[in-house]
Design a protein around this ligand. Structure first.
Ligand code: HSE
Length: 346
């Protein structure tokens, strides 16, 4: 059932006026979003505000060179909330204080584009409801699998199926670590590299202990199976205990090791799990190296559909954010189906 929401460009009074955008967060992804907007020069979009803590440090950074001089840099969220921006792009992450800011933005009639998986996993349904009440959009295509359009693909392309199973690799940092360990590198070195390259979360235990992947699995289960899972109830196992010798044993079985996230519908129960698992060397998951993500969606009628590409990193994730931004600016309507509470098993 498509819902009618505010078509931002129709609300613009002047024919030539642009949709104004504020960026919350000028880190790895935020600076890539700003660079794409500056270089691609989408005619209907104007970046007008950037919010960041310690804003001076960001404003004078190398990454800020492509940002237009007209952009207002601020470390006051109230400046953003009181401004006339149409869309707030949230790239700060975490629940607090971001949830409160997003609630205020939606209530003030601003649409929100976010890549915040924890927020969407824990608070998504309430925020979507709030957005609908205020006739604005809340879009989160970048929250799962970075630059791989698995969320828009499932929302638009697979909503006609009955999805019974999801499985795959949804954390780029773990895939980067495990695929390099498979080639002989040691855990601590590759984790440090992943942090340096901007793939890992600010607290990398969110990656290696599986909390990032389980949030993404809950979001995918909601969209694909209309099942609302409690992230804290999803069985989750760390990859930090995987050792070099495990890859030797795995190879003897013609397998390797990947962090796999899996959810399967079983009547009213959803079996959901995130863990390092053996995957056959001949399977597509074993071919995923570096930050590559891969999600296999199994439908009752359509069979298996595979989504694959870069799941972490500034530019791939920024592509997903900018794509959401363009869709919202053009008044996208997403398909919405009722969500059922589902029990997860531990
Ligand atoms: N830390 C996350 C990952 C970033 O490695 O997949 C993208 O969500």
């Amino acid at each position: 059932m498509a819902t009618k929401k505010k078509h931002i460009s129709e609300n613009k009074k002047k024919k030539d006026s642009k949709v104004k955008v504020a960026l919350l967060g000028f880190g790895t992804v935020g600076s890539s979003v700003a660079r794409i907007l500056a270089t691609s020069k989408f005619p209907s979009i104007e970046l007008t505000h950037i919010f960041n803590r310690n804003v001076e440090r960001k404003r004078t950074s190398e990454a800020a060179r492509t940002v237009a001089s007209s952009v207002v840099w601020t470390d006051s969220i109230d400046v953003i909330l009181r401004s006339d921006v149409d869309i707030v792009v949230e790239l700060m992450g975490g629940l607090n204080p971001v949830e409160g800011w997003i609630r205020k933005a939606l209530t003030a009639g601003k649409s929100v584009v976010t890549a915040n998986k924890q927020l969407i996993a824990y608070r998504g349904p309430g925020l979507v409801k709030l957005a609908a009440q205020h006739k604005v959009h809340l879009v989160h295509g970048a929250a799962v699998a970075g630059g791989v359009p698995v969320i828009p693909g499932m929302l638009q392309g697979l909503c006609g199926d009955q999805v019974t199973k999801l499985s795959g690799i949804v954390n780029g940092t773990c895939n980067y670590i495990l695929s390099r360990m498979e080639a002989g590198a040691d855990y601590a070195t590759v984790l440090a590299d992943a942090q340096q390259l901007g793939y890992a979360e600010s607290d990398p235990s969110a990656d290696v202990d599986g909390f990032d992947a389980r949030a993404k699995l809950c979001i995918l289960s909601r969209i694909a199976m209309h099942a609302e899972l409690d992230p804290d109830a999803v069985a989750t196992q760390t990859i930090s205990t995987v050792e070099a010798i495990d890859f030797t044993y795995a190879k003897e079985l013609n397998c390797t090791i990947r962090q796999v996230s899996r959810a399967e519908l079983d009547g009213k129960l959803v079996h959901a799990r995130v863990a390092p698992m053996l995957v056959p060397l001949a399977s597509p998951m074993a071919w995923s190296h570096g930050t590559q993500n891969m999600v296999v969606v199994s439908g009752r009628f359509g069979g298996d559909v595979v989504f694959s590409g870069h799941g972490a990193g500034g530019e791939p994730t920024a592509v997903a954010v900018v794509s959401d931004l363009l869709a919202v600016a053009q008044g996208c309507n997403t398909v919405e189906l009722p969500i059922k509470k589902a029990r997860g098993d531990r």
